[in-house]
Design a protein around this ligand. Structure first.
Ligand code: CMP
Length: 147
């Protein structure tokens, strides 16, 4: 079992794609432990993406992530990190495989619609960046999982 932090970026909300996107994780049996919509501040976006501070795309990334509300989701499930990354597709939508969220909906690398953690260490940091421990519910048990 792994945890991961997914973000549906502001263009996902503007396009009315929250349900479509969450449905893809749910079908993969990734369970929601916590979720909230939030209009994040510049300081929060800069802190969350601190590892990219020196990259040329950083100002544009922060500008985009603070341009409107986004949805933060803590997911848990079997191989949650690679599973969410496979569902999302390559960071650059131009290189994403058909059927992935970024291939199907995202217009550009900055506006690539979703984020998910890239390692167990970053998942731990990213989940606790946005959620208090007491906001996380127990991993949901799916009644429809086939044995
Ligand atoms: P995300 O998974 O949210 O992590 C960092 C984000 O920076 C990435 O998705 C992209 O939205 C954005 N970004 C913009 N340009 C680049 C780039 N050249 N390489 C990596 N990430 C980029």
């Amino acid at each position: 079992m792994e945890e991961t932090l997914v973000i549906i970026k502001p263009n996902g909300l503007k396009a009315g794609l929250i349900g479509e996107i969450i449905g893809r994780y749910e079908k993969a049996r990734l369970g929601i432990r916590a979720m909230k919509a939030k209009h994040v501040s510049v300081a929060e976006a800069e802190g969350f993406y601190a590892e990219h501070k020196a990259r040329p795309f950083f100002p544009e990334l922060v500008q985009f992530m603070t341009s409107g509300p986004l949805v933060l989701i803590a997911l848990k499930g079997e191989n949650a990190i690679s599973s969410a990354r496979n569902i999302n597709g390559a960071t650059n939508p131009a290189q994403a495989q058909a059927g992935t969220i970024r291939h199907d909906f995202a217009p550009s690398i900055t506006e690539n619609m979703v984020h998910s953690s890239d390692s167990p260490e970053s998942a731990k940091r990213e989940v606790s960046f946005w959620f208090e421990e007491n906001e996380l519910v127990a991993y949901p048990i799916y009644s429809h999982v086939r044995s």
